[in-house]
Design a protein around this ligand. Structure first.
Ligand SMILES: C=C(O[C@@H]1C=C(C(=O)O)C=C[C@H]1O)C(=O)O
Length: 371
């Protein structure tokens, strides 16, 4: 189906107030959609269902599911915007009280860390805007073109809300019993042709995330492999990333529970930092820093067993595939407003005003397609 027809189906579904998700995996050219047949709120208790999950930061709250069995699945090839359709908009100022609240909270977090109550905590904020372009399908189209290496999505449920995002972070991918995950942390602005220099503060902050993942997965996996740390680009930002892979010896729910929320979006120790966040941030994160994606998708993989090709020598197997992403660089839309969400990791060496700047830079990812 053409991209135009695909996006038209999404528009119709939205106009009919029926749940759907449209998405594209990082560095791929296929845009997929799941269009639910009714407006029931399905939930997933144990991540054993087959469908697309949308799960909040606070794991005590419900994980919403769009079941494959209750939906129509469509897909199209991705078509890039024309160069003149790309936006190149100015940076907008944020309200001064938003800035002072954030800086004060970062200071409080640093004090809490220095008094040995926490090692790291991710402090975040929301920012609200009146919209010029409020059509989610058009915004999704722009996100696809602007962020080709991100997981780009638009998720809608009439009883819950409308979310869009372009996240650089994978929570977990599983194919059969092989899994990969990543430790992503440390942020700086991307500057053309300049080799990035990472300070010890950022390296340590990212290492904490890697250690947490390795320690928590150890009991649940085997053949654990930790690759070297590398610099990755996400929009106009750079992050440090370590890829971690291995074999799963456990069920999906236990592995997700062991990871989510990682110190990339919550902190260390996990429960104490989560408590700090829930008590001190002046808003509800809802699905920001939660996770989303396909679970237990039966994917057909075909492979030719004979190089000299014989048509009937193709070997087909069905694998169970899960692809979950951390919901970052995202926003929630209402008729006239967009609320976007941004945060950053705080350690003992953080400088409050720099942390503010980091969130302002991260906010540009969504602002770029809004104005
Ligand atoms: C919390 C966010 O990003 C996370 C925090 C980072 C950091 O502290 O440097 C970097 C990447 C993400 O793991 C966000 O984008 O809102």
């Amino acid at each position: 189906m053409s991209q135009e027809e695909f996006l038209k189906s999404a528009q119709n579904q939205f106009d009919d107030a029926l749940p759907f998700v449209i998405y594209r995996k990082p560095n791929t050219l296929v845009v997929k959609g799941l269009f639910q047949n009714n407006d029931t709120v399905y939930t997933s208790e144990n991540l054993t269902e087959n469908g697309f999950v949308f799960s909040p930061f606070n794991s005590e709250k419900k994980t919403v599911l769009i079941p494959f069995l209750e939906s129509v699945a469509l897909q199209s090839n991705f078509i890039d915007l024309k160069p003149e359709e790309y936006s190149n908009k100015i940076e907008l100022e944020t309200l001064p009280q938003t800035k002072s609240f954030h800086i004060n909270l970062v200071e409080k977090a640093i004090q809490t860390i220095k008094s040995n109550h926490l090692t790291k905590v991710v402090i975040s904020r929301e920012e609200e805007f009146l919209l010029k372009e409020s059509n989610p399908i058009q915004l999704f189209k722009r996100l696809l073109s602007h962020y080709k290496s991100a997981f780009v999505y638009c998720w809608y449920h009439p009883k819950i809300g409308l979310w869009l995002g372009a996240t650089p972070e994978t929570l977990l991918t599983v194919t059969g019993n092989r899994f990969t995950t990543m430790a992503l942390a440390g942020t700086q602005k991307y500057v053309d042709n300049l080799k990035p220099v990472w300070l010890p503060k950022e390296k340590e902050e990212q290492q904490l995330v890697t250690n947490f993942i390795v320690d928590n997965l150890n009991k649940l996996v085997s053949s654990l492999k930790v690759l070297d740390v590398e610099t990755v680009k996400a929009g106009k930002l750079l992050h440090l990333q370590t890829k971690i892979s291995g074999t799963l010896n456990s069920n999906l729910k236990l592995v997700v529970n062991a990871l989510h929320p990682t110190p990339a979006v919550c902190g260390l120790p996990k429960e104490k930092s989560k408590k700090f966040i829930l008590e001190n941030e002046n808003y509800n994160r809802e699905f920001y820093t939660g996770f989303l994606g396909e679970i237990n998708n039966k994917e057909k993989t075909s492979r030719n067993t004979n190089r000299r090709n014989v048509e009937n020598n193709v070997y087909t197997s069905i694998k169970t595939v899960t692809n979950l992403y951390v919901n970052l660089r995202c926003m929630q839309l209402t008729d006239v407003k967009a609320k976007l969400y941004v945060g950053g990791g705080i350690t003992k060496d953080s400088v409050p005003v720099d942390e503010w700047e980091e969130t302002a830079n991260k906010a540009q990812t969504m602002k770029k397609v809004l104005f």
